[in-house]
Write a protein that binds this ligand. Structure first.
Ligand code: GDP
Length: 430
């Protein structure tokens, strides 16, 4: 296409004209078509549960979806936090829901909790990255792609009645730009009504003063603006979970039974469970999915693409060229690779030199040791030689003495044997 054509198209008047139709055309069925398509396609919804072990995460999930999810009981002795996703296919009327519940196993159980948030952040980013990779594929299949991006993080706060723990503030702060956070006070039946009221105010105050952005139920859609505005004022929801059924009057209700009475999960005078279910599932599930895509994923995608060297062209500058960006990135990557290679080669040479020097030093030490031992050995040998000579001299002197003694002894023996003979002769003579 010629440049002038391009200019003509880009300068075309963007103002559309309003026309009235002569009769029914049929595109008013578009919303129905959309509904029908979405229903056929099914929906996915992914919930991340963050909270200490035993705070009631699994119980609340079972209570929310009125079923029993298979969960392994987590121990309190996990060495680090790890994320355990479990996906379930649920159906209500003709709507299919692929629900993934991700549990941050071991959260808050370690002595050093400095890095507890990191596996959670990494998990959320990994799901964004998977989606981005699918989008960047030439043959992408987003239609049947299992979207695992986290749509909501239910952050379980311990019902201490005091203030938020620093772990809660740090974790929520790290997560708030990546996921829709709904804070909830767990096991709300363990805190009195007046304490709960003060606790809620304190939590909200702390979140605001620490700049933690929690999910706000949207008030821009007229149909739900009023209820959402009211519910925003009730945050954080104080919930009670239970899968146990207790007879109240002549009805079986989900509740927790105590010696002094019954806490009914779905009684709004007892806790905010109904409010949470209403807001999370019945009113704002689609908004949570949309916010995840248009806000959190968009931010991740933008940062990632900018990191990769992509940029949008503004009106005045040259249009953005994918080829040039690719070439520039490739060059950058190759020179970085070369630099790393050279660095590694230099490191290797240095290491070899170091090892050579060490070996030489060891050899010198060994040689010195050998020389020293050799000297000691020669000295010892000389001493032994001397001793041997001395001994030989002593032996020969001894032998001489022995021979002389023997000679003397034999002479004496001879003399004593001659004496009686002489005496006999002398007798005979006389
Ligand atoms: P998780 O480790 O966070 O998944 O905790 P669980 O859901 O396994 O619950 C741990 C214990 O807390 C169980 O004994 C539950 O019955 C109990 N529990 C759960 N929810 C509540 C609640 O709202 N109030 C009270 N008092 N106990 C609860």
């Amino acid at each position: 296409m010629a440049a002038t054509d391009l200019e003509r198209f880009s300068n075309a008047d963007p103002e559309p004209r309003t026309l009235s139709l002569g009769g029914h055309v049929g595109f008013d069925s578009l919303p129905d078509q959309l509904v029908s398509k979405s229903v056929t396609q099914g929906f996915s919804f992914n919930i991340l549960c963050v909270g200490e072990t035993g705070i009631g995460k699994s119980t609340l999930m079972n209570t929310l979806f009125n079923t029993t999810f298979e969960t392994e009981e987590a121990s309190h002795h996990e060495e680090c936090v790890h994320l355990r996703p479990q996906t379930y296919d649920l159906q209500e009327s003709n709507v299919q829901l692929k629900l993934t519940i991700v549990d941050a196993v071991g959260f808050g159980d370690q002595i050093n909790k400095d890095e507890s948030y990191r596996p959670i952040v990494d998990y959320i980013d990994a799901q964004f990255e998977n989606y981005l990779q699918e989008e960047l594929k030439i043959r992408r299949s987003l239609f049947d792609y299992h979207d695992t991006r986290i749509h909501v993080c239910l952050y379980f706060i311990t019902p201490t009645g005091h203030s938020l723990k620093s772990l809660d503030l740090v974790t929520m702060k790290k997560l708030d730009s990546k996921v829709n956070i709904i804070p909830i006070i767990a096991k709300a039946d363990t805190i009195s009504k007046s304490e709960l009221h003060k606790f809620k105010i304190k939590i909200m105050g702390e979140l605001v003063s620490n700049g933690v952005q929690i999910y706000q139920f949207p008030t821009d859609d007229e149909a739900v603006a009023e209820i959402n505005a009211v519910m925003n004022a009730h945050l954080p929801f104080a919930v009670v979970g239970s899968t146990e059924e207790v007879k109240v009057g002549n009805k079986l209700v989900r509740a927790r039974q105590y010696p002094w009475g019954v806490v009914q999960v779905e009684n709004e005078n007892h806790c905010d469970f109904v409010k949470l279910r209403e807001m999370l599932i019945r009113v704002n599930m689609e908004d949570l999915r949309e916010q995840t895509h248009s806000r959190h994923y968009e931010l991740y995608r933008r940062c990632k693409l900018e990191e990769m060297g992509f940029q949008d062209s503004d009106g005045d500058s040259q249009p953005f060229s994918l080829q040039e960006t690719y070439e520039a990135k490739r060059k950058e990557f190759l020179s970085e690779l070369q630099r790393k290679e050279e660095e590694m080669r230099q490191m290797f040479v240095n290491k070899v030199k170091e090892t050579e020097l060490e070996l030489k030093e060891k050899e010198r030490e060994l040689q010195e040791k050998f020389e020293h031992l050799k000297r000691i050995h020669q000295e010892e040998k000389r001493k032994v030689e001397e001793k041997r000579r001395e001994l030989e001299e002593e032996t020969s002197a001894f032998n001489c003495r022995k021979a002389a003694m023997e000679a003397l002894q034999s002479q004496a023996l001879h003399a004593t044997s001659q004496q009686p003979l002489r005496k006999d002769k002398d007798k005979k003579k006389s």
